[in-house]
Design a protein around this ligand. Structure first.
Ligand code: NAD
Length: 296
């Protein structure tokens, strides 16, 4: 018999992830604060309900994909929080990128009520979410990871067990700090070349076959028109919001303070994103190139 899952948070990532679960044959009970997100999930075959508490009623598992720590803590632990509505023994998988300490807090509160919890942040962007090729970086008990594996397989290609509760978040934060650094570096290099007379497509091709090659350059090029099907070529819409990147760089800064491990380039990237977010917070994070580009 096919399983029924609750899915809360149907944004740029959660929407396509939920669609892949539906395609794989799972029945979904879904909730989001956005009517548009709910309408498109309904169209894809999900059962839309009026509250998160209703979504988790009678399900075999719960998946959430929310913006930040405060949303996740409030969903599970706030007034009328979900941990009071989910049946004991149920596995909860939070795929949001949040502070490791928040993930541990929710995991502990869940365990106190007989629930199982995994932090399972993802990498691969909206394209990976749509294609079902995400990388899941999971923290929690090994047997819970095994239980979640078929769900994660329906949404992704690589599943890593990083360690205990919160470990998935630590790995994800380190990855995204590096992503911000190479995105800003790529934007800077392209801007330098273009300001000195080069065609951004030609320069991208050269660097892709040279030692400057990296994911931002080759798969998510920030310069408009260089690459099809990336946010830069659709007005920086529908990708990974600059405000979410700034949030992740804040998490890296917190982890740096907590551990005493310096992150000078991460801090520089955080300052760049902080300036950029003053007027471009909702654009995709590759729009950082606008800080460098001479506007025509
Ligand atoms: P998003 O802002 O597009 O979507 C978040 C969704 O959560 C929205 O639809 C919002 O209405 C909903 N929401 C917020 N609070 C809610 C609540 N209390 N109950 C129900 N729904 C609620 O964000 P996104 O781009 O989908 O990112 C989600 C998470 O994934 C973030 O933690 C982000 O850092 C991470 N992430 C994003 C990407 C990306 O490329 N967009 C890639 C990897 C990881």
């Amino acid at each position: 018999m096919s399983q029924t899952l609750a899915f809360v948070g149907l944004g740029n990532m959660g929407g396509p992830m939920a669609r892949n679960l539906l395609k794989a044959g799972y029945a979904l009970r879904v909730f989001d604060l956005s009517e548009d997100a709910l309408a498109s999930a309904r169209k894809a075959g999900a059962t839309v309900v009026a509250t998160a508490a209703e979504a988790v009623t009678g399900v075999d598992g719960v998946i959430s994909m929310l913006p930040a720590s405060r949303h996740v803590e409030s969903l599970y632990l706030g007034d009328n929080g979900l941990i009071r509505h989910i049946a004991p023994g149920t596995l909860v998988v939070d795929c949001s990128t949040i502070a490791p300490a928040s993930a541990r807090t929710v995991a502990k509160a869940a365990a106190d009520r007989g629930l199982r919890f995994l932090d399972a942040p993802v990498s691969g962007g909206t394209a990976g979410a749509a294609a079902g090729t995400l990388t899941f970086i999971v923290g929690g008990d090994a047997d819970a990871v095994q239980q979640a594996r078929p769900w994660l397989d329906a949404m992704g290609k690589n599943i890593f067990h990083a360690g205990h509760h919160g470990a998935g978040q630590v790995a994800k934060i380190a990855n995204n700090m590096l992503l911000a650094i190479h995105m800003a570096g790529t934007a800077e290099a392209l801007s330098l070349g273009v300001a000195n007379g080069l065609d951004p497509k030609v320069l991208s091709e050269i660097m892709s076959k040279s030692s400057g090659r990296n994911w931002s350059l080759e798969l998510y090029n920030p310069w408009p028109g260089v690459m099809e099907n990336v946010p830069a070529s659709r007005g920086y819409s529908g990708g990974f919001g600059a405000a979410l990147m700034l949030k992740d760089l804040g998490l890296a800064a917190e982890a740096s303070i907590a551990s005493g491990s310096p992150v000078p380039l991460g801090e520089l990237a955080r300052n760049l994103y902080s300036m950029h977010c003053q007027d471009a917070a909702t654009l995709d994070f590759s729009s950082i190139v606008q800080l460098y580009r001479k506007q025509d």
